[in-house]
Design a protein around this ligand. Structure first.
Ligand code: GUN
Length: 282
């Protein structure tokens, strides 16, 4: 049996439509949700990502600005700029695009963002809120994955979810979100012994490593839900995920494609967080 596809483009479109409506309602009350994006340096991928974030925002009615600084910007100047944006009531979301140049302390820079404006959900206060179940902004990628599971009506209660990858941005928050929905969660990583023995037990697998073919058909229980967070290039230069899509789709019950899966959902959830930051400030 071939797996059902979870169409990230279609779901992201629905979410963006909802954002557009809620934004219009907020604008009618005189508040335009405003996202401030800061890009330091010339990283080509970051330039593409930040351009997408601005376009996504304006297409849904949000305001967005992109401030670009040279790679040799002193850290103190970046911190001062963040401080100014923290204090600007017209700005609801602040996003500092990563990676930052090597001379900057990423933790220190993220810590400078007000948690109330931390629409990336990267601040330790946001991470702590997620861990303890308090209100706060959730990182966009794992939040998008949860929305995908929700969209197929998947009940995580008592299910075994295996997360492959333990990054602060995806793997760890993903595990906490799954736990919050009463899944039994296993987090695997580069030092995990016998990954296949664990993934074969999984009802849900989230692959978030950044390496091709981390998950192959022989590692998947028939009918499992497979979420692919990876963004890699194959030998032909084509975009592909962490999952051997062609093989795994013959075993899984549900699968997310790359492209057109988690990527558009990540982008949509940033809009949701920015809108919610504005709604909370209202
Ligand atoms: N670099 C790659 N992805 C992201 C993201 O989601 N947020 C930020 N701030 N930087 C990134």
């Amino acid at each position: 049996m071939t797996a059902h596809t979870i169409d990230g483009n279609a779901l992201a479109r629905q979410i963006r439509d909802q954002v557009s409506h809620r934004t219009a309602a907020l604008k009618a009350r005189g508040i335009t949700p405003q996202l401030s994006i800061i890009l330091v340096g010339e990283d080509p991928a970051s330039q593409v990502y930040t351009r997408h974030k601005v376009n996504d925002s304006t297409e849904t009615g949000l305001g967005a600005t992109l401030e670009r600084y040279p790679a040799d910007l002193p850290e103190a100047q970046l911190l001062a700029r963040i401080e100014a944006l923290n204090g600007d009531p017209a700005v609801h979301g602040i996003l500092v695009q990563l990676p930052l140049p090597a001379h900057m302390d990423t933790h220190k820079v993220i810590a400078a963002i007000s948690p109330a404006k931390d629409v990336d959900g990267f601040h330790v206060a946001s991470a702590g809120a997620l861990m303890t179940g308090l209100p706060g902004f959730w990182p966009c990628t794992p939040h998008g994955c949860m929305k995908m599971l929700e969209s197929i009506g998947y009940d995580l209660k008592g299910r075994h979810a295996v997360v492959i990858g333990r990054s602060n941005i995806v793997g760890k928050p993903m595990a906490l979100m799954l736990l919050q929905k009463d899944a039994t969660v296993t987090v695997c990583h580069s030092r995990t012994q016998d990954l296949k023995a664990l993934t074969l037990q999984a009802d849900v697998i989230v692959a978030a490593v950044g390496k091709r073919n981390v998950l192959t058909a022989d590692m998947v229980k028939p009918g499992a839900v497979v979420i692919d967070v990876g963004m890699n290039r194959n030998d032909a230069g084509k975009l592909c995920g962490d999952v051997d899509y062609e093989g795994v789709r013959e075993v899984a019950g549900w699968i997310t494609p790359v492209p057109g899966g988690v990527g558009p959902m990540t982008r949509a959830m940033l809009l949701v967080n920015t809108l919610e930051a504005a709604e909370r400030s209202a």
